[in-house]
Design a binder for this molecule. Structure first.
Ligand code: HMG
Ligand code: MG
Length: 306
């Protein structure tokens, strides 16, 4: 069942930076995207078209989209929670958009200010308009393995939202562990519910690493044959509406594990570490990625010894 190649969706520029307290300029975000694509990332979540009052760090969405130097074969995606977001996003020519729902009512309210049912009604015209423009739609199910407000989340609750996303025509379903509490068998149970409604290639794992479970959850997902995962360069990030939650699993760590297992990613780990070093220097702190930190330290030692 274990796949021989895996697609990583790099979400660092969006999920990684959306919660960043210090300013990150549009030029720095563009440079990060540039370095990620140079490293071989073929799917990059660039920004989100959400309310700048809610998420100020993404207010430069159009500027960032205009600044990126597009490379053929790379897909650039953006988050669009409603028609206003989609209308702002379309002129910036995203290859893919993302609607994001939640498995719990409490998180839906906190994150997007509406109930699950209302969120689906907001997404419905977004999906239709994106499809009319020839744009693929990914959907995310937040809090699939636990909720900061409700606590435990059942696989039934996850499947309910998966089915709702499927009903409105969402093409791909991401199972998201927003607060990183999931463990491998729980992750498999939630993914299996998504796989009842979506083909293997259209289900992905989005694991935040708050409790250090993300690599184990990815391994457990590989056992189901899953081969698409969201990851964040340097392990950047957190969700503004999930206090204390840390970033997604670091891209460097996932690439190291996959390459060690003989699974292809198309990514050059050295160049990826450069990208992680770049954004970490810009933020003035070391990468969260263990692999990134270790390889950067080795480079410094080698330079000092030379
Ligand atoms: P709302 O207040 O319900 O929306 O917000 P509204 O339609 O009532 O509009 C209120 C104001 O927002 C108006 O402005 C609108 O123009 C404006 P005002 O008249 O007050 O000046 N507005 C917008 N502005 C820009 N872009 C838009 C937009 N829509 C309305 N698209 C809304 C609803 C969803 C917009 C709001 O709740 C919001 O922006 N929330 C932020 C959600 C977010 O970005 N969360 C983080 C990303 S999701 C995530 O990280 C999870 C994920 O990684 C998976 C996982 O880990 O779980 C994907
Ligand atoms: Mg996330």
């Amino acid at each position: 069942m274990i796949p021989t190649s895996v697609t990583l969706v790099e979400v660092g520029p969006r999920d990684g930076l959306q919660n960043e307290a210090q300013p990150v300029s549009a030029a720095q975000k563009v440079e990060l995207v540039q370095r990620l694509q140079a490293a071989g990332c073929r799917e990059i979540e660039v920004t989100s078209f959400v309310s700048p009052k809610w998420v100020p760090q993404m207010a430069d969405n159009a500027e960032v989209m205009a600044g990126i130097r597009r490379q053929s074969g790379v897909r650039y995606s953006v988050l669009t929670p409603n028609m206003k977001g989609l209308e702002a996003a379309l002129p910036t020519r995203p290859d893919e958009i993302v609607v994001f729902g939640a498995a719990t009512e409490a998180f839906s309210q906190r994150n997007i200010n509406c109930s699950i049912a209302d969120s689906i009604e907001r997404f419905r015209p977004v999906v239709a308009a994106a499809h009319a423009a020839g744009i693929k739609v990914r959907g995310a199910v937040s809090c699939a393995l636990g909720c900061p407000y409700q606590g435990e989340v059942s696989a039934d609750e996850v499947e309910r939202v998966v089915r709702l996303l499927k009903d409105i025509g969402v093409d791909h379903c991401g199972i998201a562990d927003t607060i990183g509490v999931g463990t491998p068998r729980r992750a498999q149970a939630a993914l299996e519910r998504a796989l009842k409604h979506y083909p293997l290639a259209e289900v992905s794992g989005h694991f935040h690493d708050t409790y250090g479970q993300a690599l184990a959850n990815i391994y457990a997902s590989l056992e189901l044959g899953l081969h698409v995962f969201d990851t964040s360069i340097a392990g950047l990030g957190g969700c503004p509406y999930a206090k204390g939650a840390t970033g997604n699993v670091a891209t460097e760590d996932v690439v190291f594990m996959l390459h060690g297992m003989g699974i292809a990613t198309g990514i050059d780990l050295d160049l990826l570490v450069d990208a992680g070093g770049y954004i970490s220097d810009a933020l003035g702190r070391p990468p969260v990625s263990r692999v990134g930190k270790t390889l950067l330290a080795k480079r410094r030692q080698a330079a000092a010894a030379a």
